[in-house]
Design a protein around this ligand. Structure first.
Ligand SMILES: C[S@@+](CC[C@H](N)C(=O)[O-])C[C@H]1O[C@@H](n2cnc3c(N)ncnc32)[C@H](O)[C@@H]1O
Length: 185
């Protein structure tokens, strides 16, 4: 069983990265694909807010239909940090293949400091996480790691047809590390 489905949080509010994007929605060109949408809170928020969006998540039966075609904006929030190193570039490329020429892939990850802090808290609470590869196996058996800008830029540089990429202002994204990756026209 793929335990990464257990990583999808039941959100009461949209994710911090989406809140940041909605505060100045210049980067949100519809239709939007939320790749690895978890329970779909961000997809619903976008649709209610007038930004037509669809979600894809291999572990949520509501969203398992593989998206067809390309999109001007593809979001990928907190997905790379639940994947083992061997899968990260494959899944990133898959998301990238859905970006329309001239469009953007916007990714956000949990930084290393945030995941390490979580691991220390679990240890204090008597439910220690186990070190595994470059991250941890949590109490529920899910894999979690932190990815900072250094790791993100390494992954991004491996993408074909990359036009530009830049850090998104961090204050807009809570604690997440976030990058905007642009495809050529
Ligand atoms: C931490 S959750 C984040 C969910 C959502 N983006 C959010 O912010 O609420 C990570 C998600 O990545 C999804 N995932 C795992 N492997 C994936 C893959 N190969 N392609 C797309 N999504 C994947 C999991 O099913 C899970 O829902």
């Amino acid at each position: 069983m793929d335990k990464s489905k257990l990583t999808a949080m039941a959100r009461t509010k949209p994710s911090k990265p989406l809140q940041g994007l909605l505060s100045n929605p210049v980067l949100l060109n519809s239709p939007i694909l939320d790749f690895g949408c978890g329970r779909g809170m961000d997809v619903d928020t976008l649709n209610y807010g007038g930004f037509p969006a669809i979600g894809y998540d291999p572990n949520n039966p509501v969203y398992t239909a593989f998206p067809r075609g390309t999109f001007p904006t593809v979001l990928m929030f907190y997905v790379l940090n639940v994947l083992r190193p061997v899968d990260r570039s494959v899944v990133l490329r898959r998301a990238w293949s859905h970006v329309k020429p001239g469009g953007r892939l916007i990714i956000a990850t949990r930084p290393i400091s945030c995941v390490s802090q979580h691991a220390r808290r679990a240890e204090r609470d008597g439910k220690p996480w186990k070190a595994c590869s470059d991250g941890f196996l949590t109490g529920t058996g899910t894999f979690q790691c932190g990815l900072d800008y250094a790791q993100l830029s390494y992954l991004i540089k491996g993408l074909p047809n990359l036009w530009d990429s830049y850090r998104f202002p961090p204050q807009k994204f809570g604690k997440a590390c976030a990058c905007v990756i642009k495809a050529p026209r």
